[in-house]
Write a protein that binds this ligand. Sequence first.
Ligand code: FE2
Length: 230
Amino acid sequence: KFMIFRQLFDYETYTYTYLIGDEKTKEAVLIDSVYEQAERDYKLVTELGLDVKYLLETHVHADHITGVSRLKEFFPEAKSVVSRFGGADCTDKPVDEGDEIRIGEISIKVLSTPGHTNGCVSYSVGSMVFSGDALFIRGSGRTDFQQGSSEKLYDSVINKLFKLPDETIVYPGHDYKGMHYSTIGEEKKFNPRFAGKSKEEFIEIMNNLKLPNPKKIHEAVPANLQCGKV
Ligand code: FE2
């Protein structure tokens, strides 16, 4: 056992932030941090004796501002990581399919999973996958802004995430029902948007969601394109 792992939750935006650390080297990453939770994350990371090397984003978020700019004040060496197609030119490390991030013994592999936005990635770490807003537990991210595409999202989930081993644990970017994690096998069977659904049926479902815009979209997107500077 060499990995430290925590799932953190932001009650305001239902966002999961993940902390992964290497026990030996004390290097760590945070995935999808939240601006308002920077102190919480800093406190936990320091209590665990870790040092953040990378601040990973699964995408440029529309519902919350990333904690990257604030966490960089606490961890000056931390590098921000986001998809090269995300449009956040401020990032230290633009990534794409097949790229790898290492902390100690831990390898984090980048899977390109566009559809919710054009620049969405998932991160695969051993038998876990951090699916961002591509795949939720029994759901998926929406596809109606930020160059979203239902067609691309269907392909990302069916042809990429669902090709991972069934026992892979799915850690989503959000959950609105208090579900913490799932597995690929479970989502293949029970996710109502994908299980037994053709691409056409999925597109039909997505076209009829009629969701209101996220409350913070007009401040979150521009701030996140500046890596969280407000
Ligand atoms: Fe999102």
